[in-house]
Every structure is written in structure tokens, then in C-alpha cells.
Ligand binder design. Structure first.
Ligand code: NAI
Length: 435
């Protein structure tokens, strides 16, 4: 059946569904097409389920450390139950995705559950339906990179090797877990499973984990990971996988380790395959867009991970709003200079703006200030006193250039830095504000 829309959005993740609701609110007739999950990776097999597992692992850890808070605990009888942990996670995901479905409906967005095939810049086909449209927003996200390591595919089909998707729904806690890739996913899952009692080994190809994180923050995280007995092997070149055995080369020497499960987390690649016939400008990074989220084809926009700009849910949502506002006649541009990012390990890490290393490399006239969390009464009372807050400011005016936090509530605390930077505030403004 032929149907006409102002905007067709392909993909209902945090880019697509936010764009759809915004567009409908601005008066557009919107079709949102989704082949798998409303809410995308983030709500179903990414950010939200991860946070749910992180909380379960934290509760377990807090209970077994009950003695520190004056609670007598028979530690031998306290056990994490993976089935229940996964059920709780599924409940949260269902609640959230139902909420998103309700919001879409309430705002009058027409959702098509199916595979959206973009024929040209005015036509999208979903099953029997032919949707004609003025504008298309591509929001199809990204998928895990599967590197050509011998044995990877076999280990995946044997359920030994997993991506983050499967690692969120295990039926048992593995005794030994190897994580290939010391990036954000690697660290979050290392934190979850090491807290649940798993022996975790991270194999990272580069000479450091989390290469984009401030050096001092990383050093502190490394100490906590070590305390949790997470083994981190950097400069490790995984050469083959044979079911539960991984062989890696380190400084020319082969080493073999045996594990129960392997998590592969070596980055994501944009889902661009379905758009190659459109003459879009597509690079290895993703679909090329300008700051208004326009592609090289008039009327086609791209947002989120498929653009490969910064693969974060909140960036996708923000890009979605920018795309829609431009379509609806406003002039809006993305600014990537003030994007916060968070890593939900133990403790949490949150950051915005430049790192000290960048300030140094750019020869900026800057000043660094630090505050140890252990000096906060609230942190002491919480028993969560690891970490520090570090700010980088312009020496002349005190403008906030960067904020980096490693602390138990880092991902909430960073909001202060976000607002200050958005308002181009100074460290003096921050100090003057009564807290
Ligand atoms: P990533 O890019 O953060 O890290 C991948 C790591 O794997 C890098 O350290 C890289 O050097 C290493 N690596 C690459 N090939 C390797 C190999 N063959 N052997 C060993 N190590 C190898 O990617 P990740 O962790 O997969 O995450 C994917 C995306 O999802 C990222 O863009 C990340 O920012 C995002 N994400 C964000 C979260 C958050 O905001 N809290 C949580 C989880 C993911």
C-alpha cells in the first residue's frame, strides 16, 4: 500500500526514536521503521541492560562487604543468581521499551515493524508498504566488529565466544572470562563479572586500555581492576582461538590461556551495507554528514553510530534533534566539542572536554586542579572513597576546558561540568555557586 510521509526514519534506536518524537512534536507526519528492537542496541542489548547488571553486581559486592557497614553477613550463603539477574534486566528493558512505544504512539508516530529498504531519496519499502517521503533519516546504528582471527566464527557458533549482546544474558557466571579489547565495553564487563567472582583477563592490542581517557584517571582505574584481580595484558596480539583456548603473542612469544567464555569487544562498525546503492558518500568511518546531519544527497540525513562520529547514545539523540530541526526549517548544527562520556566501571568514570595530555600537546596555557574523593565526608560515609575529580582550566580567565572524574557517582557529578562548559563558565563561577 502506498503511504505518504514528511519524514521516514530508518532505525528506532536512541537516534531514530528521539528524532521521530521530536519531528512529530514539530508537526511532521513521521514513519519510523524498525526491523528488530524499538529502542535499538542501547535500550535492548547495550547501555541499559549493562547498567542493570552493573547494579546487581554492585549489590552483591556490597552485601559481601556488609561487615564494613556494621552488618553481620554469612558470606558463604550469599550467591549471585545469574538467571534472576538476567530476569531483572529483561524486566527493566521491557518496561523501558514499552514506555518508548507508548511515547511514539502518543505523539502520532507511525511505527513499521519490518525491514526498511531505501529505494531512492523519496521511497522506502517495508514489506507490502511503499512509503513515499520528502526526507529520510538513516539511523541504523553499528554492529560489533568481528576480526579475522582464526577460530573466531567457530567459537561464536559454539557459544564460547560472545559479543556484549550475549554477555548480557548468560545463564551462569563464568569461572574464567577472557575479554578481547580493553575499550569501554571490555572495561564495563570486566567490572561486572569480576565483581560477580569471575576471573577476568583482558587482552588489549595497544599498549594501554581506554586510550582516550586521561592518564591519571586510567591509572586509578587500573589499580581498582587489579584489586579485583582483573588481569590486563596489553600489546597482546590474539593470533588464534580454538574453542576455549586463546593464543596470543606478546613481544614475539606465544602464550595460551584457557577460559570458559570469551567476550569480543574490539569496536563497532557502522551499518551501511543497505545504503551502498544510493550514491551516498560512505567512508570506512560511516555515512559522511555535515554538522546539520545532511548527507551528500538532498533530503537524506544520517544520525547516530551509522555516521561513525562519536558512537554514543546521547550523541545520536542530539544529532537526531539537529536533523529534524533542519528538516523543519530551523538552522541547527551539531557541536562535538562538549560531549560528555561515561564509563560505568567501578568506580565510574565521566569526562567532558579536553584531557591534560591534549592541553599539553596543544601548548595551551592551562592549569590543573584536583580533589580527592576521600576528602569528602559523604564519600567516607558511603564507603566509596576511591577516586578524584580533576579539572583543566584556561590559566588566564579560568574557563573550564575539561573535567575528568573517577568516583562512585562520577556519571552524575559530571553534569556540573557539562552545564559550566555549555555556559562557557569559569572555575570562579563554579566556586561561587553555593552547593
Ligand atoms: P572501543 O573502541 O571502546 O574499544 C575497543 C578496544 O579494542 C580498543 O582498546 C582497541 O585497541 C582494542 N582492539 C581492537 N582490535 C583488537 C584485537 N584484535 N585484539 C585486542 N584488542 C583489540 O570499542 P568497544 O569497547 O567495543 O565499544 C564499542 C562502542 O560502544 C564504542 O564506541 C564505545 O564508546 C561504545 N560504548 C559506550 C559505552 C558508554 O558510553 N558507557 C558503553 C559501551 C560501549
Amino acid at each position: 500500500m502506498m503511504k505518504n510521509y514528511d519524514i521516514d526514519i530508518d532505525g528506532a534506536g536512541p537516534g531514530g526514536y528521539v528524532a521521530a518524537i521530536k519531528a512529530a512534536q514539530l508537526g511532521a507526519k513521521v514513519a519510523l521503521i524498525e526491523k528488530e528492537y524499538i529502542g535499538g542496541v542501547c535500550l535492548n542489548i547495550g547501555c541499559i541492560p549493562t547498567k542493570s547488571l552493573i547494579k546487581s553486581a554492585k549489590v552483591y559486592k556490597d552485601i559481601i562487604n556488609g561487615d564494613n557497614y556494621g552488618i553481620d553477613v554469612d558470606v558463604s550463603s550469599v550467591k549471585p543468581n545469574m538467571k534472576k539477574i538476567v530476569n531483572r534486566k529483561n524486566g527493566i528493558v521491557n518496561k523501558l521499551t514499552s514506555g518508548v512505544k507508548f511515547l511514539l504512539e502518543k505523539n502520532g508516530v507511525k511505527v513499521f515493524n519490518g525491514y526498511g529498504s531505501v529505494k531512492d531519496n523519496n521511497t522506502v519499502i517495508v514489506g507490502e508498504d511503499i512509503l513515499t517521503t520528502e526526507n529520510i533519516i538513516i539511523a541504523t546504528g553499528a554492529s560489533p566488529i568481528i576480526p579475522p582471527i582464526p577460530g573466531v566464527k567457530e567459537a561464536y557458533s559454539n557459544n564460547v565466544l560472545m559479543t556484549s549482546k550475549e554477555a548480557l544474558s548468560l545463564s551462569e557466571i563464568p569461572q574464567k572470562l577472557a575479554i578481547i579489547g580493553g575499550g569501554v565495553i571490555g572495561i564495563e564487563f570486566a567490572s561486572i563479572y569480576s565483581n560477580l567472582g569471575t576471573e577476568v583477563t583482558i587482552l588489549e592490542r595497544l599498549d594501554n586500555i581506554l586510550v582516550n581517557v586521561d592518564d591519571e584517571i586510567r591509572d586509578t582505574l587500573l589499580k581498582t581492576l587489579k584489586k579485583n584481580k582483573v588481569k590486563i595484558i596489553t600489546k597482546a596480539n590474539v593470533s588464534s582461538i580454538n574453542d576455549k583456548e586463546i593464543t596470543y603473542q606478546l613481544e614475539g612469544k606465544d602464550t595460551l590461556i584457557k577460559v570458559d567464555k570469551i567476550l569480543l569487544a574490539v569496536g563497532m562498525k557502522p551499518n551501511v551495507e543497505d545504503f551502498k546503492h544510493l550514491n551516498l558518500d560512505i567512508t570506512k568511518q560511516g555515512i559522511n554528514v555535515n554538522d546539520k546531519m545532511e548527507t551528500n544527497i538532498k533530503g537524506i540525513y544520517a544520525i547516530g553510530d551509522v555516521t561513525g562520529k562519536i558512537m554514543l547514545a546521547h550523541v545520536a539523540s542530539s544529532q537526531g534533534i539537529v536533523a529534524v530541526e533542519n528538516i523543519m526549517g530551523k538552522v541547527k548544527q551539531m557541536d562535538y566539542s562538549k560531549i560528555p562520556s561515561c564509563i560505568y566501571g567501578y568506580p565510574e568514570i565521566a569526562m567532558i572536554g579536553i584531557t591534560e595530555q591534549t592541553a599539553k600537546n596543544q601548548n595551551l596555557d592551562y592549569k590543573v586542579s584536583k580533589f580527592p574523593v576521600a576528602a569528602s565526608g559523604k564519600a567516607l560515609a558511603d564507603g566509596e572513597f576511591e577516586g578524584f575529580i580533576k579539572i583543566i582550566v584556561d590559566k588566564e580567565y579560568g574557563e573550564l576546558l575539561g573535567m575528568h572524574i573517577i568516583a562512585s557517582n562520577a556519571t552524575e557529578l559530571i553534569s556540573e561540568g557539562i552545564m559550566t562548559m555549555e555556559l562557557e563558565g569559569t572555575v570562579f563561577d563554579m566556586a561561587k555557586a553555593v552547593h
